[in-house]
Design a protein around this ligand. Sequence first.
Ligand code: NAD
Length: 388
Amino acid sequence: MKNFNYHQSTKVLFGRGRVGELAKVVLAYGKKALLVTTPASVPALQQQYDKVKKILTEKGIEIAHYDGVIPNPTVETITAGAKMARSFKAEVIIGLGGGSSMDAAKAISVEATHEGTSWDYLFYKTPQPDPSKLIPVIVVSTTSGTGSQVTQVAVVTNPIVRDKSALYNNILYPQVCIVDPELMISVPKFVTATTGFDVLCHAFESTINPGTGAYVDLLAWEAISIVAGNLPELIGDLNNIEAREKMAWADTLAGLCIANAGVTLPHGMGMAIGGMYPHVAHGEALAIVYPAFADFTWEAAIPQFARLGSILNPELRRVTEKEAASKCPAEIVRFLKAIGLNKKLKDVNMPINEIDALAKQCIVLPDYKGNPRVATEEEMIGLVRQSY
Ligand code: NAD
């Protein structure tokens, strides 16, 4: 067996109604909590925020609500939240929402307690944040999802340099996460599709990343099977609580996978797309590049592509492994059609004259180097062109 490492320090509270335990969780860390969310753009979010505030205030927890997080949170978003955390003297930070709010909570904890901005603490910069200074972070996930509730990652976008990058450090694992599927019922169809596809991507890329191992493999294939078996159905019935619950579980499993193995080429490309075109949702960017990535990569990871292909279409269990792998890219496209995400870069208004610039950006993050077939600069231009 291949040697592997596995680490996870976030306590997970999983299940319907578990948000009711938030006050008890928070009180272990303090009585002054900064609540970090996106704005209440729809009534369902307002109701969710009111419910959480009631749970907290009933137990005497004082709250400052920073509701300025935007999807693909920017450096500026984090700075405004950090300012509020400092002036309020927050003892604990609660990230309530999807990946954007949970990541913002982690980055705010860093910026509120360190010199400079969150951008100064990206994974490749020094010094890294001092763990003894951080404000404890608790997260409550409301999408399924980015897995951020169980990762050491906080993704931040810098619109000035058109770059999307990440803080990445084991001290950024949330102390506790609550994964309550009842909070996910209100997630609209598009967000359900994009975040659900992100789960599949996290899990699959973990299986082809050199950092994978027996533990990650176990979690990843379970997550992939759950997404394949539940996401299309959920898209057809957004109120299906059983499917929401399964997706929340798959999301958590896939988060554990990326925290321990990591993503590959599509995520590097997706991050570059998000950095240059922040209006494109994270999972949407992944959906756009996945067919080109699969065509480019399948021959270098035949067992994994064959297994994915056979999960997406059980008929492929009857053919040879190589044939199943070769048909996997077409099965991915079929799956994307089923969840309404069969898109190209031109559909999200990327200017055609930026293909080369985007390809250059796709090799800024090291993710592409973890792909079983490593793209040259020329090949990356081809991948972007195919995705256009
Ligand atoms: P998101 O957090 O940006 O949310 C998308 C939209 O859905 C927002 O408008 C939000 O208000 C809304 N929303 C969230 N929950 C809702 C609910 N229950 N009901 C109604 N509306 C709801 O989306 P996301 O895809 O979860 O997060 C994307 C961000 O996470 C990106 O910045 C991405 O790069 C990052 N990410 C982080 C990690 C990590 O490990 N930290 C991993 C993958 C992606």
